[in-house]
Design a binder for this molecule. Structure first.
Ligand code: KG4
Ligand code: ZN
Length: 360
């Protein structure tokens, strides 16, 4: 273990904010030595969504195994590490506490520096890990199961909120509509796969917020529109496989259109020509294609991390943590989980050198 983080530093990241338990080891904040993710789809599938208590109970049984496998894959021992980064929030508190308690115990026993990471900062930094020359300033679109928001990531690395969803997150809408269509959890990948066989123009669905000014999003009305259309077609039981695929394709197109049109509006108003799209929904193929096409048309570059860095992972937490640790940011063992804190209100969790303070 070396004293200074930065240089040849090894950081272990731990992420457990929702239904994935993940651990990863990173060298120099960018080189991925290992990444281990244990999902829980089998636990939550029967309920059509994440059941918080079951999520934490499953995390507690696998956390040590996932961390050990990340260390083994990286070929490092705990004593080789220079620091530990762990997601402190936002997320399900019961889930967060499992990763957090494990990280604290490990940091305590191995006398390692510990730092809490804001989950959304992790998602944004994933784009920087994946694209070596991406650095602030740029525009970040975070689209996940819990968040849909546009940020201007300023010169200092501090994200300023430009717009966000007024109700459901885009990923949440995918999950809810999947349930309406009788598809398994998680809904995003299931809808996306079924959509390949469907006609995206077959079902007439609204484009949320299209006539509203500003950069906010909204998805609950779209979900209602899908259920009204389903009723009009006589309910799920009456749908042929082909029409069900049309529903999936039409819904996916409506979400993608709204994400692309709001983002294009933001790119037109800002003097920036780089966009990073991150979070689980950034794994959506149609979104990737449409956003890249819009970028070519409008003159901006749309960057997407590889699929496995879009959905929840610990590489992004180790990367964001490495940046904080290299600036001397530390948390002590009183570090706690938080369910909701906007990025800008949690200074030590941003990457802004001006506002970082140790263990605030
Ligand atoms: O970032 P993430 O793994 O976890 C959160 O922080 O929420 O995002 C999970 C969300 C889920 O709602 C899932 O349905 C959605 O991302 N998702 C997708 C795709 N893959 C995952 N949505 C659309 N298309 C996909 N291919
Ligand atoms: Zn996430």
């Amino acid at each position: 273990m070396t004293d200074a983080i930065g240089g040849a530093s090894l950081v272990l990241g731990i992420e457990s904010s929702c239904d994935d338990m993940a651990a990863a080891v990173l060298r120099d904040g960018r080189e991925i030595l290992s990444s281990s993710v244990r999902g829980q789809a089998h636990v939550h599938a029967p309920y059509g969504g994440v059941v918080p208590e079951l999520a934490s109970r499953d995390h507690v049984t696998v956390v040590s195994e996932v961390v050990e496998s990340a260390l083994r894959e990286a070929g490092v021992e705990v004593d080789d590490l220079d620091g530990i980064a762990v997601t402190a929030g936002p997320g399900l508190v019961g889930s967060l506490l499992v990763g957090l308690s494990f990280a604290k115990a490990l940091a305590y026993s191995a006398k390692l520096p510990l730092v809490g990471v804001h989950h959304l900062m992790g998602h944004l930094v994933a784009a920087e890990v994946a694209t070596s020359d991406l650095g602030p300033p740029y525009v970040g679109l975070v689209v996940s199961g819990g968040h849909t928001a546009l940020y201007r990531v300023g010169e200092s690395g501090r994200p300023e909120l430009l717009g966000e969803t007024r109700d459901d997150a885009a990923g949440e809408a995918f999950d809810k509509v999947a349930k309406l269509l009788g598809l398994p959890y998680p809904g995003g990948p299931a809808i996306s796969k079924l959509a390949e066989a469907g006609d995206a123009t077959a079902i007439d669905l609204p484009r949320p917020m299209s006539r509203r000014a500003g950069l906010d999003f909204s998805y609950s009305g779209l979900k209602t529109a899908v259920s009204v259309e389903l009723e009009r077609h006589g309910g799920l039981e009456k749908l042929s496989d082909a029409v069900r695929a049309d529903f999936a394709a039409s819904f996916e197109a409506a979400v993608v259109d709204s994400l692309v049109s709001r983002t294009v509006r933001a790119m037109r108003t800002l003097p920036l020509d780089r966009l990073a799209v991150v979070g689980g929904v950034a794994a959506n193929r149609r979104l990737r294609e449409e956003m890249k096409r819009a970028g070519e048309r409008e003159g901006f570059e749309a960057l997407f991390p590889p699929m496995d860095l879009c959905t929840d992972n610990a590489v992004m937490i180790a990367a964001a943590g490495a940046r904080l640790l290299s600036r001397g940011v530390r948390d002590d063992l009183s570090l706690n989980a938080f369910s909701r804190v906007p990025i800008g209100d949690a200074p030590w969790r941003t990457l802004d050198p001006a506002s970082d303070t140790a263990a605030s």
